[in-house]
Design a protein around this ligand. Sequence first.
Ligand code: ADP
Ligand code: MG
Length: 243
Amino acid sequence: MVAKIQVSDLHKSFGQNEILKGLTLDVQEQEVLCLIGPSGSGKSTFLRCLNGLESVTSGTVMVNGQRVGDPHVNLNHIRENIGMVFQHFNLFPHLSVLQNVTLGPVQLNGLSRADADARAKKLLAQVGLADKAAAMPHALSGGQQQRVAIARALAMEPEIMLFDEPTSALDPEMVGDVLAVMQQLAESGMTMVVVTHEMGFAKNVADRVAFMDDGIIQELGTPTAVFEHPQNPRTKVFLNKIL
Ligand code: ADP
Ligand code: MG
């Protein structure tokens, strides 16, 4: 079986500054990998390398067996297969919730308006916002906006979802609803890489947890192994700070 994502000896520098110093990691189909680590350790850069938003300095990133950055591989096809949700949800402010979710499928996938609307309504129901289709983003709470952003990413029917600290910008009382949507998505079999500081989510939902520091994966294992029996002293220090 070919892994959904295969990263091999990935290095990434910005100028003289090497941020990723040789990362090797596979993500299997339907796996949920949570990526934890201190601020500035390169977690976002790593996610951006997975869908070609950043070029790699050396090493390889393969998605569905195709190398990201290969000039013979259509990067748009790879990207359409990878949904991404960010800390700041960046909904289009002048478009309704429904229009935010249908824009990609209509413009990029050539879906008819009726089909895109039907798909969007199903997804909005899935994220608990069936009654908000006509609302404008500014009328929603942060947690609701983030759930729209998840629905918008899912509307492209990706095989992989990347989440970059999706709940970090939210008021505490909004976090649970967003995590619940993500958990449901994980249980439906979506392949997911989730950068998060929500250790409860990582413990309950992740198949594996990777601790990243100083540009490499310092520790990788089941949530129980990483959280209950960390081997690497850096992991222990980090967990002591955040738990
Ligand atoms: P994390 O997500 O773990 O907080 P990032 O991947 O955002 O870490 O950043 C890792 C390091 O890379 C930081 O020192 C950051 O300043 C640097 N960096 C990220 N993007 C760029 C860029 N486009 N140009 C220069 N430096 C960058
Ligand atoms: Mg980041």
